[in-house]
Design a protein around this ligand. Structure first.
Ligand code: PLP
Length: 300
C-alpha cells in the first residue's frame, strides 16, 4: 500500500505537496534554524530525552524560542509517525527563527517555524551494511566554528558526502588542519586502539555531540570497554584495530577501509560487533520490544 506522506507545518498536518513555508523563512534565506533526527522503532520515538536536550541547547545557542513544550513536541512527533505509518524509520524535526522581511539582525516579531516529517527506513538494509562495513574517504573539514550546534547549514557536509560517494566511499571523514579526524559528514568517528580501547574525539565546538555517541559511551561503560576521548589522526586510524562511525540512522557502522587502506583484516571487528549488539538491545528496549537474541538483533 502506498501511503501519501504527511508533514506537520506550524500547527497543521498536510499532504507533503501542500506543505509549504513562506519564502522569507529565515531557515530558507539564512540557514537560521536547527534540526533533530530521531529514530522511530516499533512505532515509538527513541532516545527522546537526549534528542530534546540537544534541540533545547541548539535553540538556546541561537536564541530561537522553543516552538512548544517537549511534551507537546512528542505528541506531534508520534502523530507524524502514525500518519505516515512509520513503524521503523526516522523523524525529522526542524525549527527556524521564522518568517520575516529579509534583514540580517534577528526580527523582533517572528514566530519560530516548526516542521516535522517522517519516513520509513528498512533497518535490515542498515544491518546488512554493518555486516560488510563501509569505506570512508578523508577530506578537509571546511565547516564553521560552531559544529556543536545542530544547524540546518549543512552545505560543507553535503559537499563532503558527495565527494566521498564520487570516490566510491560511503562516508566522508573530515580532517582538521593538524591531520586529526573531527567527525563524519553525518556521523561521529571512532577507532579501537591496540589495547582494545575506544577512542573518539572529545566534545567541543568542532563536532556535533551525537546522541548515538552518548548512548554508545554509556553502553561501553556497562560492557567494561574503556573509552578515551582524544583526537586521533588519519594515520593512526588506518593502523587501528577497528574503526566505526555512529549516528541515529546508521547506529554503529563498522569502517573497513579509509582512503583505500584496509583496516585490520577488512572485516568488522569484535569490539564493534559487541557494542553494536548492546546498541540494538538498547534500541529494542526504547521501542518496548523484547531484548533481541544475537541472530534477531542482526536483522533489527
Ligand atoms: N555528526 C554530524 C555532523 C551529524 O550530522 C550527525 C547526525 O546527523 C552526527 C554526528 C551523529 O549524531 P546522532 O548520533 O545524534 O545522530
Amino acid at each position: 500500500m502506498i501511503v501519501s506522506r504527511v508533514a506537520y507545518v506550524n500547527g497543521r498536518y498536510l499532504p507533503l505537496r501542500e506543505a509549504v513555508i513562506g519564502i522569507e523563512d529565515r531557515g530558507y534565506q539564512f540557514s537560521d534554524g536547527v534540526y533533530e533526527v530521531v529514530a522511530v522503532m516499533g512505532g515509538r520515538v527513541t532516545d527522546w530525552a537526549p534528542h530534546m536536550d540537544r534541540l533545547d541547547r541548539s535553540l538556546k545557542e541561537l536564541r530561537i524560542r522553543p516552538p512548544m513544550s517537549r511534551d507537546a513536541l512528542k505528541v506531534v512527533a508520534r502523530e507524524v509517525a502514525r500518519r505516515n505509518r512509520v513503524m521503523n524509520g526516522m523523524l525529522y524535526i526542524q525549527v527556524t527563527r521564522g518568517v520575516a522581511r529579509r534583514d540580517h539582525p534577528f526580527p523582533r516579531q517572528a514566530l519560530p517555524s516548526l516542521v516535522m516529517t517522517a519516513r520509513s527506513i528498512d533497518f535490515a538494509v542498515v544491518a546488512r551494511r554493518a555486516e560488510d562495513g563501509i569505506k570512508v574517504a578523508t577530506l578537509p573539514d571546511i565547516r564553521w566554528g560552531r559544529c556543536d550546534i545542530k544547524s540546518v547549514s549543512l552545505l560543507p557536509n553535503v559537499l563532503a558526502k558527495q565527494e566521498a560517494r564520487d570516490k566510491g566511499a560511503f562516508e566522508a571523514w573530515l580532517v582538521d588542519s593538524e591531520g586529526y579526524v573531527t567527525e563524519g559528514s553525518s556521523t561521529n568517528a571512532w577507532i579501537v586502539d591496540s589495547e582494545g580501547r575506544l577512542v573518539t574525539r572529545p566534545l567541543n565546538a568542532h563536532i556535533l555531540p551525537g546522541v548515538t555517541r552518548l548512548t554508545l559511551m554509556k553502553l561501553a561503560a556497562a560492557e567494561g570497554i574503556p573509552v578515551i576521548e582524544r583526537p586521533f589522526s588519519v594515520e593512526e586510524a588506518k593502523k587501528a584495530r577497528e574503526a566505526f562511525v555512529s549516528s541515529t540512522t546508521a547506529f554503529l557502522m563498522p569502517v573497513v577501509e579509509i582512503d583505500g587502506a584496509v583496516i585490520a583484516n577488512g572485516a568488522p571487528g569484535s569490539v564493534s560487533q559487541r557494542l553494536l549488539f548492546a546498541y540494538r538491545t538498547h534500541m529494542a528496549q526504547e521501542a518496548g520490544l523484547p531484548a533481541p537474541s544475537q541472530a534477531e538483533a542482526a536483522s533489527l
